[in-house]
Design a protein around this ligand. Structure first.
Ligand SMILES: Cc1cc2nc3c(=O)[nH]c(=O)nc-3n(C[C@H](O)[C@H](O)[C@H](O)COP(=O)(O)O)c2cc1C
Length: 183
């Protein structure tokens, strides 16, 4: 079974997560692709798509790739600056799954926290008063999360996909279709 990990990252969080997942995958036939280097030939049995969250959904390069896939087993992972356990986090993963689930089988997904890039922090600090402008609470959150994604989050993501790939292998041997995960 071949696994392709494909990601896009602006400030390194999704790249860190993608590399960690890739290293943690137990299968031997695996490849890692940064979409910034071009779109790879899609020849994996499993495609793991990694994106940074842009307005509660996948960043454009991953969204476009996701919408072009069909007949694949797809897993999704993303990093985001707002709380990943908020409804915004669930929606951000759901909106990624929505790009692939009609034409593919979703094997699972995970949304984890990244850090807010310095460029974004500077932008929020420069804003006038408003819902997104920097405030003491957001400043504290950004400082606390500066090292995310954490080793635990990366390990959990790798475990999730290892488990789903193992299940896919078991079901394939028994000629049973993987029941798509409704994210
Ligand atoms: C244009 C833009 C839009 C973003 N929109 C969201 C968002 O809707 N929700 C969120 O939690 N984070 C949002 N973020 C923050 C990034 O998703 C987050 O910092 C992510 O971890 C960055 O990943 P990267 O380092 O791989 O680029 C946005 C960032 C940018 C640049």
């Amino acid at each position: 079974m071949k696994v392709q990990v494909i990601y896009h990252s602006l400030s390194g969080c999704t790249e860190k997560l993608a590399r960690g997942i890739f290293e943690g995958l137990k299968c031997e036939n695996k490849t890692l692709h940064n979409l910034a280097d071009g779109t790879p030939e899609i020849d994996g049995d499993v495609i793991l798509l990694g994106y940074w969250v842009d307005q509660a959904g996948p960043c454009k390069p991953i969204r476009e790739l996701a919408e072009s896939l069909s007949g694949r087993h797809v897993g999704l992972f993303c990093t985001m600056a707002f709380w990943c356990d908020a409804s915004h986090g669930t929606a951000s993963l759901h909106n990624g799954a929505a790009c692939v689930q009609e034409k593919n089988t979703v094997i699972g997904g995970i949304a984890v926290n990244g850090h807010m890039s310095q460029k974004m922090i500077d932008m929020f600090r420069a804003m006038g008063a408003g819902p997104h402008s920097a405030n003491p609470a957001s400043e504290a959150r950004w400082a606390l999360m500066k090292d995310h994604p954490s080793a635990c989050e990366i390990a959990l993501a790798a475990e999730r996909f290892n488990e789903r790939i193992a299940l896919l292998e078991i079901l394939s041997q028994r000629d049973i279709a993987f029941p798509s995960v409704a994210i």
